[in-house]
Write a protein that binds this ligand. Sequence first.
Ligand code: FAD
Length: 465
Amino acid sequence: MSSDSAEFDYDVIIVGGGPAGVSCAITVAQAGYKVVIVDKKSRERIGDKTCGDAIDKAALLRLNERIGLELPSGAEVSDPITKMSIAADDIDIKLSLDAPGFQVNRLIYGQRLLKDAEKLGVEVISDAPVRGILTEEVNGETYLTGIKYRKDGEEVVIRGKFTIDASGAYAAIRKELPDEFLNDGIKRELDDDELWPTYREIIQLKSEVAKHRWRNEIILMYDDDYPPPGYFWLFTEGEGALNFGIGWEKTQDLGKLKEKLHAEMAQYFSPDQYDVIARGGGQIPFRPPFDSLVFNGGALAGDAACMVHPVTAEGHGPALDTASHLGTSIISALKDDRRDRDSLWGYNVNVAHHYGEKHMAAHTMKEMLRSVGADGLKFLIEKEIFKEEELNLIFAGTEITNAVSNLEKLKRLLKLFMRPSLLLHLKKLLTYSNRVNDIYQAYPTNPEDLANWRKERNEALNVSF
Ligand SMILES: Cc1cc2nc3c(=O)[nH]c(=O)nc-3n(C[C@H](O)[C@H](O)[C@H](O)COP(=O)(O)OP(=O)(O)OC[C@H]3O[C@@H](n4cnc5c(N)ncnc54)[C@H](O)[C@@H]3O)c2cc1C
């Protein structure tokens, strides 16, 4: 479809100036297009977010190479991370993986990214909650053509060739999409088993306990008090500070998050040993990304696209990384003077090949954790049924069958005969995670083939996305 640029105020309207929004904005603005970010927060709070604050270095290195984004440094970093550990029942019964990354100060880092975008000419409209969308019929098809937002008590309408929902877990645009855009797996609202309410506190230790023993480490802790897939986290924030949080699936009725978090924290420090320097809650979408993220005149990015790892809740790096790929697809579409769904399909393919595959593998892992419980996980860790390198492969969404020799498999099977139900759960995990790679690498390049691919994927992996 050709478009007359005189009709539009912007080439790209981006709702939300978090990681997904700025990364998409920077990528598109680098190619010289007119981009606006509209955010409900005040200009000086954009980027801030209740978070575990961990970010994976690999995603940042890719972004640095692709769009020249500088890695976090100075006050943007509260502690470099070298490892991620998974613990069960006892914080010292854990399996640690190499996980180079950073604990970042979300506000300072987020503000820097926003400034990077502004330097490229991206306009930022702050204090502007988006409250609605504009759609139009073009040649018998519905197109998204812009948004309505409130500013200084007035409703403002702007029109863009593309409108991107980067508004996070609450998905301001996705919730408004017309029925025609929901055919490829996009949902306006997530189900309760796809959403995690969370609560976290960042504490500053007082002088008598000014140090902690988890420098450079982030720990996910499973316990049958808040059964998997729910977990408690303890992340370093530098020498004297820690980020504690807890979350569980909305379907798990486990009481008050704050009370459970405080009970857990009390095992490490008494409340008089620290000051709480930040507290807050938030929702995390805990499912693999939708099977298509694009529609006529727009797309979903970051949390609005469910781009969060379904075990670790890592969504910051994935939001930055994938939204820049969305930017690349938008540039191609604009060059071809197109605004239709298919002009952005390359973004879908890219996501499927990387985060789609990885996060579906993690989904199978999440289901295994649910089945085995914290007690089963403790057994698997203590008996060394999983080795670090295999867990790394599962987290990377890579086939693991060939990584384990037959002799090794036999030894581990013998250990598992003590717990036959675990053996079954593990077999299921291996069967599904070994299929994920082939399925996601075969994601259709032709949009017509998507429905069939989804049906076959659901059957092969016993899922119903
Ligand atoms: C408690 C918690 C802990 C987490 N821990 C980690 C972690 O350790 N590591 C990690 O990688 N990820 C973590 N995550 C996930 C991570 O925070 C998100 O995946 C990431 O911030 C997603 O980026 P985004 O740009 O999609 O959305 P967001 O960062 O949520 O940004 C969305 C932006 O949209 C704006 N907005 C929302 N609605 C509107 C509207 N109607 N109009 C205008 N603007 C709007 C918001 O103001 C905000 O600026 C955690 C999340 C939570 C809640």
